[in-house]
Design a protein around this ligand. Structure first.
Ligand SMILES: Cc1cc2nc3c(=O)[nH]c(=O)nc-3n(C[C@H](O)[C@H](O)[C@H](O)COP(=O)(O)OP(=O)(O)OC[C@H]3O[C@@H](n4cnc5c(N)ncnc54)[C@H](O)[C@@H]3O)c2cc1C
Length: 433
């Protein structure tokens, strides 16, 4: 078993931890020199499964990894366009919303432009635990798939959320169930010409994108898109609701009482979840209209239904569909199920297992995203992108990540103290602020 030691280990090289890398290089160069980011994929590929050629980012390019925190940074999206000779082209499109592919290329460019932080690809972290020294939690031990153990005093987990698979589908063979996060690689393994019978589940933007993509990727298939709601709905964002995505709003949200936080999140739910962009709704409706005009019925939307049972039977799947209007059940026989069902609200598996390993009942963080640990510790762990319930509706998005990276960096600097890596036990770490 190989054991390595770094001061800071960040797991996952998505936007959150790449934003952290930029903050470390700009605000804490000495710490950056002893920081390592590991990523399980072999390349930096943002939302790889849904990197569809026509899909656009849903937030302004100005909400990149750094601009809101430091508009003069060399790591901005504009700086990337300039460095890669695409600035004229982008400006000429006259849009604040880049294609998803452009964001992915930007992230890859940032990763390649780091000069102090080390980034290693193809490194899958499979478990994390804590190491005690003299009764105090002194280090995190991250075990990788190849058996390597990386020890670090500071740990930042930015692995995104776990895909949500409805429990009723749990017994179906994995080979026949395709979550949107796996869409591109999995659909590439299917025969384009085959007339598959497909069920698609969900009422979100991801479900809508899969429905649109299937028209091209599996043109001969029969696609039944099943959703629990009465209709697809447009996202309810406006310039007014967008203010709740400002980084400056995080303090106010964090200071709110738990009941108020819940109410605010419920009110803002349809600005980000279970909704579809108006442009996509227009596109889908037009496609279905033209289908009807041409007498084609192989693609359809079925609303107000639940899947109440699912099993594999011979060479097909049997889905029991319950009509939420009448309670009547019918059976739908399919070859494949695609899921646009989003992500689990639970903490990711890696975080839950870490919490179990160090005896934490409830995963919670301080205002500066430091995991609350109820025992003596000179190590600290930070959680990125999974703190919506305490830090507000923008927590999983680009909107706040530049400032969050700064908050975490400054918290670590305060925690290590002037003596650097050897100082200050974490029992004195700032609590909830
Ligand atoms: C299809 C889609 C489109 C979206 N579009 C937008 C948008 O336009 N604007 C916006 O603001 N937000 C958007 N989002 C929300 C999205 O969550 C954030 O934009 C952003 O990707 C969050 O970054 P992250 O780094 O926290 O997580 P992720 O982007 O999920 O990155 C996590 C990284 O960690 C890696 N990883 C996971 N587990 C391990 C492990 N055990 N070991 C090593 N590496 C690991 C993953 O491979 C991944 O690279 C979108 C989400 C989806 C699903």
């Amino acid at each position: 078993m190989t054991r390595r030691e770094v001061e800071l280990l960040a797991i996952g090289a998505g936007p959150s931890n790449l934003g952290l890398a930029v903050a470390l290089e700009e605000l804490a160069p000495e710490l950056a020199e002893n920081s390592l980011i590991i990523e399980r994929n072999p390349a930096i590929d943002w939302q790889h499964g849904m990197l569809l050629p026509w899909a656009k980012s849903q937030v302004s390019f100005l909400k990149d990894l750094v601009t809101l925190r430091n508009p003069r940074s060399r790591f901005s999206f504009l700086s990337h366009l300039h460095a890669t000779g695409r600035l004229d082209d982008f400006i000429n499109m006259n849009s604040f919303l880049p294609y998803r592919i452009e964001i992915s290329e930007y992230l890859d460019w940032v990763a390649r432009s780091l000069s102090r932080v080390t980034l290693e690809l193809g490194r899958d972290c499979v478990a994390i635990t804590g190491e005690q020294v003299d009764g105090s939690l002194a280090r995190w031990l991250a075990t990788l798939a190849d058996g390597t153990v990386i020890a670090a005093r500071y740990l930042v987990i930015g692995t995104g959320r776990d895909p949500y698979v409805p429990p009723v589908l749990a017994s179906l063979p994995a080979a026949r169930v395709i979550h949107s996060t796996q869409y591109r690689p999995r659909v590439a393994g299917l025969s384009r010409e085959m007339p598959y019978r497909v069920a698609l589940l969900g009422g979100s933007q991801s479900a809508a994108e899969v429905f649109r993509a299937l028209r091209h990727d599996l043109p001969n298939s029969d696609v039944a898109w099943l959703t629990r709601s009465v209709s697809l709905t447009a996202d309810q964002s406006s310039k007014f609701s967008n203010e709740f995505y400002f980084p400056s709003y995080v303090d106010e949200f964090f200071a709110s009482a738990p009941a108020a936080r819940e109410r605010i999140l419920a009110d803002l739910y349809k600005t980000n979840y279970s909704c579809v962009t108006p442009a996509m709704l227009e596109q889908l409706y037009t496609d279905l209209y033209l289908d009807r005009l041409g007498g084609r019925s192989a693609r359809r939307l079925i609303t107000m239904v639940d899947i109440t049972d699912a099993r594999e039977s011979g060479d097909e799947l049997e889905l029991e569909i319950t009509d939420r209007n009448t309670g009547r059940t019918t059976e739908l026989r399919r070859d494949l199920v695609f899921l646009g069902t989003g992500f689990s609200w639970q903490a990711p598996r890696l975080v839950r297992e870490l919490a179990d390993a160090i005896g934490i009942d409830k995963v919670a963080v301080t205002r500066r995203y430091q995991l609350l640990i109820n025992r003596p510790a000179s190590a600290a762990c930070y959680l990125q992108g999974i703190n919506e319930s305490t830090h507000g509706i923008g927590d999983s998005l680009f909107s706040v990540l530049a400032h969050r990276a700064q908050d975490i960096t400054l918290d670590i600097l305060a925690h290590r103290g002037p003596g650097g890596a050897t100082a200050v036990p974490a029992a004195a770490a700032e609590g909830n602020r």
